[in-house]
Design a protein around this ligand. Sequence first.
Ligand code: ZN
Length: 436
Amino acid sequence: MEPLSAADEVVDICRDLLRIDTSNTGDPRTTVGERVAAEYVAAQLSEAGIAVELHESAPRRANLVARIPGADRSRGALLVHGHLDVVPADASEWSVPPFSGEEKDGYLWGRGAIDMKDFDAMTLAVVRGWQRTGYVPPRDIVLAYTADEEAGMEYGSQFLVREHADLFEGCTEAIGEVGGFSYTVNDDLRLYLVETAEKGIDWLRLHAKGRPGHGSFVHDDNAVTALAEAVAAVGRHRFPMVVTPTVRAFLEQVSEALGIELDPDEPELAIAKLGPIANLIGATVRNTANPTRLEAGYKDNVIPGKASATIDCRTLPGQAEIFLDQLRQVIGPDIEIEHVSRQEALETGFDGALVEAMGAALRAEDPGARTVPYMLSGGTDAKAFSTLGIRCFGFAPLKLPADLNFSALFHGVDERVPVEGLQFGVRVLDRLLQAS
Ligand SMILES: [Zn+2]
């Protein structure tokens, strides 16, 4: 019998994980599957002789961390992290039941297939493979499987770095989502986007105050009117363009590969030509502010004394304070700004031995591979881990079919991962971890 390979095992592990419903509803009372998934991961690691620590931030909100000792323990450790929760799925919209882990047409289907039980499965398959051959990695590898990435990370990575920072002692670099996936230029050239930067998150609440009164009277100090004006102004405002080193490098390399004329003053014209991946990049040349919630009033004929709105602001590295000044200009002096939640933007250079090793690992499995750095407009667990001084990258390798609209699958209907791409990813990850 052929010995079991990581590429064989990854499909089974990914299917098992997809069958565990870890929907994160944002409400701890209805978010239930993380513990089950963490126990599954713990069993897979324990079977491979790897000691695990399970830490619950609240009942059933389980996080798992394990350390695999490397050959040279004086070197900084590499953190490899993935979240176990997923966003909910409405089964009536899907072609297959979203928690069935069904395999058809060359894909494994299910909520979490690319975000990010695929990578969780890859990491497990790789280290289980090492155990079968007695392989010892060059430096310590810390594995972290987190809860609550999809609803603010409070019960997951934020909890871990706050309460259990010692588990990550000595970690100098990290890999996790969202990066390492391919964008096909032609048969001989595929760009693999490596995430080296993330926009910051600033959730703000705007408050307008006015004079309460009767809805039938003449009234010139209405909080709803004032708030509505501010919200409309923010929603329609385009903040100035700022091209950071990561985005500049991305645009230059992609324009060259695709033969697109890049106008440095109008990069959005070039970005629009990138097709589906334009979604991933489009918001990374400006700070953005999108109104998401409104709250005012309690009766049809009463003018309320206050009104409020939530604005989801995403800021470029180094722009958080500048952005607030710009926002103040847009909304005027009378609206109060409340800070609800803020997480810093991240940006690291696209250089060093680990970055070289990513490129080498990809090219060993795909001679047409070329790595390109990019900035994610969203946020990941890297936000929390970077607060420990860890240099974070998005690198969860996947080779994708040229015609797959990958970015639409994130939180989308019929989320699925190509089986061959998953097996490719395991081989690349194995090479990277062995070379890191
Ligand atoms: Zn994710």
